[in-house]
Design a protein around this ligand. Structure first.
Ligand code: FAD
Length: 453
């Protein structure tokens, strides 16, 4: 009998199993495929290896701005795929070793819940006092006639030996936007078609607008309010119909995902899924079935690796008798596009809808010294604070270093920091993080390096 059995060895389940052991209990981790899940093998790590290559290509092309004579000799996707595989393998090996060192029992095979205290793997039944479901998500092709044949999923893209000449990227979320940015960087003719009125509809409108503008400048055509109605084979490519508009493309790239909740035995447990097929949980990550908790992509929501991993900590602690709420408002979001983008907390629209009198601080990258000297002036930091106490409610960054700088915004929100306190912090110069301080000064109405309003 284990204290806790975790099903799924992605970032969420892995963190949960180790945390259970740290709290002195017996933990088993069931994994049907490879440790690391989507993140290590098909998601965060592979996409960032490819985006790093795009970034380096960009800077080789701009080397002349720094007096360097450099020319791109070519691109070998196979070598990049090998690097991606090697990095993933290294991470998996580290994970395996750490599980061993922590005394987590790794059970290989597909886990099915027989009851709220029993998991069956390859015909063998394992018992536990608590079960944590961390089964993640998988790519799904939307029900559009003809789309299956044309579909280029992220799984396929990151193992590609060559890239298609033209691609319609259908969707408006962060993965689709990263795919569009990456493909365009390597010379693919990209159309990004968002079903909603803007790309990144869950983000602040300024992030959508600023990143959209940057992508357009990189040659990406963006169509909004576009519903893909049909895809037909046409010679070596496909004709895609988006409302009234048709276009001929080599492939249609997609990143829609579905929680892995089929075949887990959940209906027999009386556990109902929501409309997206995800497992509903409360703030403590408990499901409707006592003793069964769930986390990460299997629960829907933002579907981010660090969210899954942080949920792993909360779920493990709660399984061990603590009563901790998962701080969902502190989940940062990021895109490794050119420029990067990152955000945490409320958008301007959300803050207004919640009834706050909103004060916005904005600081443009072109006024930042490091941005100027490095030639990375595209972007801005936007801080949303409320008028009564000056508390920071959200931070939205488009610009170089955004995915690193956002960490301090997370801390600011966690510590209920005010714009004026952030404005009085001292930053290294020259750094991009000075933009945070300067945006906070703008929110506190004393921006030093912007013209008086
Ligand atoms: P997963 O990582 O999906 O792991 C679930 C594991 O459970 C898998 O290993 C699976 O084999 C196993 N499993 C499933 N069913 C069973 C079963 N019945 N029995 C046993 N094992 C089972 N997030 C970020 O934060 N940053 C990024 O930059 C980022 N980039 C991404 C790029 C792409 C292209 C994609 C697709 C995703 C990206 N994500 C990113 C999202 C991130 O990968 C996921 O949010 C994260 O992996 C979810 O973690 P998880 O532990 O919930 O599930």
């Amino acid at each position: 009998m284990y204290d806790v059995i975790v099903i799924g060895g992605g970032p969420g389940g892995y963190a949960a199993a180790i945390r259970v052991r740290q709290l002195g209990a017996q933990a088993a981790l069931v994994e049907a495929a490879e440790l690391g899940g989507t993140c290590v093998n098909r998601g965060c790590i592979p996409s960032k290896v490819w985006l790093r290559a795009a970034y380096l290509k960009h800077w080789i092309e701009r080397a002349g701005e720094f007096g360097l004579k450099a020319a791109l000799g070519g691109f070998n996707p196979t070598a990049l795929v090998e690097r991606k595989n090697a990095v993933a393998q290294g991470i998996r090996e580290g994970m395996t070793a750490l599980l061993q060192k922590n005394g987590v029992t790794l059970i290989r095979g597909r886990g099915v819940l027989k009851s709220a205290r029993e998991v069956v793997v390859e015909g063998k039944t394992y018992e536990a006092k608590k079960i944590i479901i961390a089964t993640g998500s998988s790519p799904v092709v939307p029900e559009v006639p003809g789309l299956k044949e044309a579909a280029l999923t992220s799984d396929e893209l990151f193992n590609a030996g060559d890239l298609p000449a033209s691609v319609l990227v259908y969707g408006s979320g962060p993965i689709e936007v990263e795919m569009a940015s990456l493909l365009a960087a390597f010379g693919t003719k990209v159309t990004l078609a968002a079903p909603q009125s803007r790309i990144l509809p869950r983000e602040d409108h300024d992030v959508s607008q600023r990143l959209g503008q940057a992508l357009r400048e990189q040659g990406v055509e963006i169509i909004t309010g576009a519903t893909l109605a049909q895809v037909e084979k046409a010679g070596p490519g496909f004709i895609a119909r988006l409302g009234e508009k048709t276009m001929t493309v080599a492939r249609v790239a997609l990143a829609a995902r579905k929680p892995n909740t089929d075949g887990l035995g959940l209906p027999d447990l009386g556990l109902k899924l929501n409309d997206e097929g995800a497992i509903p949980v409360n703030a403590r990550l408990e499901t409707a079935v006592p003793g069964v908790l769930a986390l990460g992509d299997a629960t829907g929501g933002w579907m981010l690796s660090h969210a899954a991993s942080a949920m792993g900590v909360t779920a493990a602690e709660n399984a061990m008798g603590r009563q901790a709420d998962f701080p969902a408002r502190l989940i940062p979001r990021g895109l490794w596009t050119n420029p990067e983008a990152a955000a945490v907390g409320l958008t301007e629209e959300e803050a207004e809808k919640q009834g706050h009198e909103v004060i916005v601080g904005d600081f443009p990258y072109p006024v930042n010294g490091l941005a100027m000297l490095r030639g990375q002036v595209d972007g801005a930091v936007k801080i949303i604070s409320e008028a009564k106490y000056g508390e920071i409610l959200g931070v939205h960054i488009v610009g170089a270093g955004a995915t690193e700088i956002i960490g301090e915004a997370v801390l600011a929100l966690q510590l209920e920091c005010t714009a004026d306190t952030l404005a009085h912090t001292i930053r290294m110069h020259p750094t991009f993080s000075e933009c945070m301080m300067d945006a906070a000064r703008d929110a506190a109405a004393w921006a030093l390096y912007l013209p008086p309003k």
